[in-house]
Design a protein around this ligand. Structure first.
Ligand code: DTR
Ligand code: ZN
Ligand code: ZN
Length: 480
């Protein structure tokens, strides 16, 4: 329910909306309600995938002495696991060595390309455990929740209204050291670009509750809206206040929020009544202990946190409208005589190359005319060009069909070439290596030239022996 573009406001009846939410209200009683549509619904995060990441972190701890404490091999392996997944998904990933940390270790920072670089939503979780245990709830849970959300964002690849940056922190258990190192190093300008930092520390506590940092803040609104939509009645995270990495950002003036399910404090009977679980027992009775394993997780709590992260990413950072193309863009084809059926008309250069070549063994792709560049078996250069003016605001694509036949036998050396240029930009280079029976269609974007006149040119260069013929036909510059 946040920051929806006013331009897309729709008037819909309350009946329709509430029916969609599973509630029935008589149509006659329904007043019109002004709403804007959610352009893209946040995806559901599969808790099984989050749990699979927890299993991996558990194995990493097991093979490294039962801990993922900052500065240990278990921590380094945790960084490597997350980094590998993010890189494979297309993230720009950096490791930042925390030189002021008690144990030298790296923060992991992952940027999803896209969105305005001066409007950043940042989400972080500490990746280190205490020495005593594997740290699956504290804080494999937050780490795995963010990893799976990052992977789903990449897979969905929506239009971004903000840039999204994920972070996994070192040295939290020694006093928020990794996040403080990062936040303190930000310039004033950089701090202003981070519109909110969301923290996830202990989001799968086995007797968990639903806590939100700075619950009434603007930053918290999308997180609260999601848990409110589930009827969870979340509360302020008083137990964790100032005790996790959001505090490092808060101290440098960046708005913060986050989810937490609770640590060693005890669930009250009022909380057990509204949330379920055991009253007068710790939210996490394995807090900072060796028993903080994959068994120390509530899948229900974890699932609600993971889905709320997606909801928050989508509410804060996804959507934005793509400007529709001007109506003048629709449908037009810009080349003159694109299929060469009118001979040389519209084309400049070696116009003698345009003709009816079927009796010489080069059939046209469509119609009877084509442009046959080269094919001499001796040193030659030939070209054909034509200028087009691409209207501002339009997308444009150059397509053409080409048949390459060649007497060259090499499979490695481009001796005879056809270069396709738009102004000073080379769109493609074809060569004897592209030789094939029949025509192939090629397609290149010209959208970078919107609002400009640009000369499209096919230039063929042949070396001293063994002919290569480039037969062009049915070109088009289509705008949309
Ligand atoms: N930063 C946590 C400390 C913590 C203690 N209580 C809570 C409650 C909710 C979230 C976090 C915390 C740690 O890593 O130990
Ligand atoms: Zn801890
Ligand atoms: Zn923690």
């Amino acid at each position: 329910m946040l920051s929806r573009p006013a331009a897309l406001t729709l008037i819909v009846s309350a009946t329709l909306l509430l029916a969609g939410a599973g509630l029935a209200i008589p149509a006659a009683a329904a007043p019109p309600v002004t709403l804007t549509p959610v352009l893209a619904a946040a995806p559901d995060i599969a808790v099984a995938n989050v749990q699979a990441h927890l299993t991996q972190l558990g194995s990493i701890a097991s093979s490294n002495g039962g801990t993922r404490r900052s500065g240990t091999a278990g921590y380094t392996a945790s960084v490597a696991y997350i980094k590998g997944k993010l890189q494979a998904a297309g993230y720009t990933v950096a490791e930042q060595t925390c030189t002021s940390c008690t144990y030298r270790a790296n923060n992991l920072i992952a940027d999803w390309p896209g969105g305005p670089s001066d409007q950043i939503t940042m989400l972080g979780a500490h990746l280190d455990s205490v020495a005593a245990g594997p740290g699956i709830n504290d804080n494999g849970s937050g780490s795995a929740t963010l990893l799976e959300n990052a992977l789903v964002l990449a897979q969905q690849n929506p239009t971004m209204s903000r840039h999204v940056r994920f972070a996994w922190w070192a040295g939290e258990e020694q006093g928020l050291q990794g996040s403080a190192f990062y936040a303190n190093a930000l310039s004033t300008t950089q701090r202003g670009q981070i519109k909110a930092y969301y923290n996830f520390d202990m989001v799968g506590s086995p007797n968990g509750g639903y806590f939100i940092n700075h619950i009434t803040s603007t930053a918290a609104a999308p997180m609260k809206a999601y848990w409110d939509s589930l009827g969870l009645q979340p509360e302020e995270n008083t137990e964790g206040a100032g005790r996790s990495d959001d505090y490092s950002f808060e101290r440098v003036g960046i708005p913060t929020s986050g989810y937490a399910a609770g640590a060693s404090a005890k669930k009250t009977s009022a909380q057990a009544s509204k949330w379920g679980g055991t009253a007068n027992s710790a939210y996490d009775s394995c807090y900072h202990q060796a028993c903080d394993t994959t068994a120390n997780i509530s899948a229900t709590v974890l699932n609600r946190a993971a889905d709320g992260v997606a909801s928050t990413i989508w509410a804060t950072s996804v959507g934005g409208t793509t400007t529709p193309p001007p109506t003048g863009c629709t449908g037009a084809q810009l080349l003159t005589n694109p299929g060469f059926e009118s001979g040389a008309t519209g084309w400049t250069g070696t116009t003698g190359a345009i003709g009816q070549w079927s009796s010489q063994g080069q059939a046209a792709h469509g119609g009877t005319y084509s442009a046959w560049l080269l094919g001499y078996g001796s040193t030659h250069t030939e070209s054909l060009s034509q200028s087009v003016t691409i209207p501002a605001g339009c997308s444009a694509t150059l397509t053409f069909w080409v048949h390459v036949d060649s007497a060259e036998t090499t499979t490695t050396s481009a001796y005879d070439k056809l270069t396709v240029t738009a102004g000073s930009t080379t769109l493609a280079t074809l060569s004897n290596l592209n030789k094939a029976t029949g025509y192939a269609q090629k397609s290149y974007s010209l959208s970078a030239f919107a609002g400009q006149s640009v000369t499209l040119k096919f230039t063929g260069t042949e070396d001293s022996s063994l002919q290569t013929s480039f037969v062009l036909d049915d070109a088009a510059v289509q705008i949309s």
